[in-house]
Design a protein around this ligand. Structure first.
Ligand SMILES: Cc1cc2nc3c(=O)[nH]c(=O)nc-3n(C[C@H](O)[C@H](O)[C@H](O)COP(=O)(O)OP(=O)(O)OC[C@H]3O[C@@H](n4cnc5c(N)ncnc54)[C@H](O)[C@@H]3O)c2cc1C
Ligand code: FES
Length: 250
């Protein structure tokens, strides 16, 4: 993990309340799919956790949805050329075994962003089937990045584009046809709960990236602690954010 003073290269709106931010670090930083960064926003004492979508040499791209004061200030005040204090890379990221050739990625809401890094990394050597859920057509973004794999199904809550329903419903519709070796998922809690129920008894390793509230992002403050199914506790920022779905209470 490093603390860098990055330079904003681009920070622009790409969908309804969604922005993409690309910044340059001083030198190349290796980032695994599913890892995240903590972005410092002027006036806010705590950095904001945001997944890394793309890491290309010194250029790092993240995408974020406007939520509260921090993300709104990030969109408003950080134009090209501004300096940005960032901690990265953080968290464990996704792990896919050598023998796992068919990967299903299932994402919803801001949970699609860490999965973009997984699609980018794994579609070079494996078959990636992506099921990505959005509220509606206006929220759809990064489609060209999600199309890198074998198949992409866009799902929308209102049916305004693609499959009418959730990403989990779309995935389960195709499950027998795809027969994935491993599933990678990220999204809101109800989505992860639905996925956990749907995958019960299927005997397919399923990894979820959790989006807990965070303070430090580096394992020191314990704000992000979650309870595991064996009764132990884990820090989402340091021990996660990626966990086997059966190991965490959702
Ligand atoms: C590992 C991880 C990766 C994430 N990746 C993305 C991403 O790629 N794109 C994206 O849009 N969002 C992502 N989030 C959620 C994002 O961190 C929050 O939306 C953001 O921190 C909200 O800040 P705010 O100041 O706008 O909102 P406020 O609600 O005003 O934030 C107040 C405080 O709560 C924390 N907080 C609020 N909501 C969340 C949340 N859902 N998760 C964690 N902390 C929260 C903030 O960090 C801040 O400390 C991720 C969260 C985690 C934990
Ligand atoms: S956010 Fe501080 S320990 Fe995880």
């Amino acid at each position: 993990m490093r603390e860098v003073t990055a330079t904003v290269l681009e920070n622009k709106r790409i969908a309804d309340e969604v922005y993409t931010l690309t910044f340059a670090t001083e030198d190349e930083i290796a980032v695994r799919p599913g890892q995240f960064c903590m972005v410092g926003v002027g006036g806010f004492p705590l950095r904001r956790p945001i997944a890394v979508c793309k890491a290309e040499g010194e250029r790092i791209t993240v995408c974020y949805r406007l939520k509260g004061g921090g993300t709104r200030a990030l969109a408003r005040e950080y134009k090209a050329g501004e300096k940005l204090s960032v901690l990265l890379p953080l968290g464990n990221g996704f792990y896919v075994q050598e023998q796992e050739k068919k990967i299903a990625v299932v994402g919803g809401g801001v949970g699609i962003f860490p999965l973009i890094s997984a699609i980018r990394a794994y579609s070079k050597t494996k078959q990636v089937y992506a099921y990505m859920g959005f509220r509606n057509h206006a929220a759809l973004c990064m489609e060209y990045e999600m199309r890198r794999g074998e198949k992409l199904v866009i799902a929308t809550d209102d049916g305004s584009v693609g499959f009418h329903g959730t990403a989990v419903q779309a995935f389960m519709r195709d499950f027998e046809e795809v027969k994935p070796d491993v599933v990678l998922a990220c999204g809101p809690m109800p989505m992860l709960r639905a996925l956990k129920a749907a995958m019960a008894g299927k005997n397919v390793p399923t990894y979820v990236s959790l989006e807990e509230r965070m303070g430090c992002g580096i394992g020191a403050c314990l704000v992000c602690v979650c309870e595991k199914t064996d009764g132990a506790h884990a820090r989402v920022c340091k021990d996660g954010p990626v966990f086997e779905i059966s190991d965490v209470g959702l």
